[in-house]
Design a protein around this ligand. Structure first.
Ligand code: ZN
Length: 337
C-alpha cells in the first residue's frame, strides 16, 4: 500500500493557460518581444482550442497539486465559457478573472465601454461561473475605467485582480500619463482593498509597497514566469517586512509546479538577504494555499496526497516532509487524485 501524507490543496492565483503553448519556442529578445509572440498565440485561439488546451493544462495543474485556478482571461467572452468548461472537465476549482481591456493589445481583448464589460461579466456570473473583476493593467485601462471597476468590485464583494509594476517601461508610461506610479494610481482610483490582488509588483517602490500594506491588498508572485520573461525579482524581503500577504501563480505556465514557485520565492529572499529560512515552511504553504484561496474567494478545496514512497522523499522523516517538498521535490510527488 502506498504511504501518503495529506496536505491542504494548493491554489494557482494567476494563470494564462493558453501561454502554455509557447514553451520552448519563445526565447530571445525581452518581455516586449515575447509579448508579440504571445499576442499572435492569443489571436489564434478559438473556443475549441481553448477547451482542448485548457483542459490539458488544468489537468497538469491538478496533477501538480493545484486544486483551484484563477484564470486571468483576456481572449473574449466565448472563450471564457470554454475555459470554464475546461476547468470543470479537469476537476479544478475555476475562477474567471475576466479582464477589462480598453486600449492596446488585440481587438478581441477589448470592450468598447465599462458597461459592455460589466454586461459580459454579469452574464458569466448568471451562468454560475465564479468571477473576479480584472482590469488588465494601468496600461490597458484608463483612469475612468479603473474608478468604475473598483467601485463595482467593492459594491459586489468580488475579488479585483490587476497586473502592476511588472516592467519598468509600464511604470515610466504611467508616470508620463498620470504623474504617479501604477500602484499609486490604483489607490487613487479606489482599486486597492482587502479583496485586491496585485499581480507581480516586481518593481513597486517603497511608497507603493506601503500603499499595498495599508490597504490590506495581496501580492501574487509568479517567480518562474518572472524569471522566464526577465521581469526581475519580487521584493520578497520588503514585502515580508511590511506583512503584505503573498500568494502564487503559474502565470505563463512555462512551468507548472507549486513547490517550485514557493522554492523560488524563498530563494529570492535568500539571495536578497544572505540568510536562510527567511520564510518559514508554514508561511510558504500558506502563500501556496490559504492566501491564494482568499485572493480568489475560493471557500473550500480538496486536500492533496504526497507519495511518501517517492524516490525524492526516500530517507526523509515524515515530520520533515513539508520542508523537503519545498527544498527539493518536483510536483511529481503528488499522487493522482
Ligand atoms: Zn499575467
Amino acid at each position: 500500500m502506498t504511504r501518503a501524507l495529506t496536505l491542504p490543496g494548493l491554489v494557482n492565483a494567476h494563470s494564462h493557460a493558453f501561454q502554455r503553448a509557447l514553451r520552448g519556442r519563445a526565447a530571445g529578445g525581452d518581455f516586449w518581444a515575447w509579448r508579440e509572440g504571445m499576442l499572435a498565440e492569443a489571436d489564434a485561439q478559438t473556443p475549441q482550442t481553448v477547451l482542448d488546451l485548457y483542459t490539458d493544462t488544468y489537468r497538469e495543474m491538478r496533477a501538480a497539486g493545484f486544486t483551484a485556478v484563477g484564470e486571468f482571461h483576456y481572449l473574449g467572452f466565448e472563450t471564457a465559457l470554454a475555459a470554464a468548461d475546461a476547468g470543470a472537465e479537469a476537476g479544478i476549482g475555476f475562477v474567471c478573472l475576466y479582464v477589462a481591456y480598453a486600449r492596446g493589445g488585440l481587438e478581441r481583448m477589448q470592450q468598447p465601454t465599462v458597461a459592455a464589460y460589466l454586461e459580459q461579466l454579469e452574464t458569466l456570473r448568471d451562468r454560475g461561473i465564479a468571477v473576479g473583476v480584472a482590469p488588465h493593467s494601468v496600461r490597458a485601462c484608463p483612469r475612468e475605467w479603473l474608478v468604475e471597476l473598483g467601485r463595482y468590485a467593492a459594491a459586489e464583494g468580488l475579488p479585483l485582480h490587476v497586473h502592476a509594476c511588472e516592467q519598468p517601461r509600464e511604470i515610466e508610461e504611467c508616470l508620463a500619463e498620470h504623474g504617479v506610479r501604477p500602484v499609486e494610481l490604483l489607490a487613487d482610483c479606489g482599486c486597492l482593498g482587502e479583496s485586491t490582488t496585485v499581480v507581480h509588483a516586481t518593481h513597486a517602490n517603497g511608497t507603493e509597497l506601503d500603499l499595498l500594506r495599508d490597504s490590506g491588498a495581496t501580492i501574487c508572485a509568479c517567480p518562474t514566469t518572472e524569471a522566464d520573461l526577465g521581469d526581475g525579482f519580487v521584493p520578497a524581503v520588503r514585502v515580508r517586512h511590511r506583512g503584505i500577504p503573498l500568494c502564487i501563480g503559474s502565470d505563463s505556465n512555462v512551468r507548472i509546479d507549486p513547490f517550485e514557485e514557493l522554492r523560488e520565492l524563498e530563494g529570492i529572499a535568500r539571495r536578497q538577504t544572505g540568510r536562510r529560512g527567511v520564510f518559514s515552511t508554514d508561511e510558504l504553504f500558506r502563500f501556496g494555499g490559504d492566501q491564494g484561496a482568499r485572493a480568489l474567494g475560493v471557500e473550500s478545496r480538496p486536500g492533496i496526497e504526497i507519495d511518501l514512497d517517492h524516490r525524492s522523499l526516500r530517507g526523509v522523516a515524515e515530520e520533515h516532509v513539508p520542508a523537503a517538498l519545498l527544498a527539493g521535490c518536483g510536483a511529481d510527488v503528488v499522487l493522482a487524485s
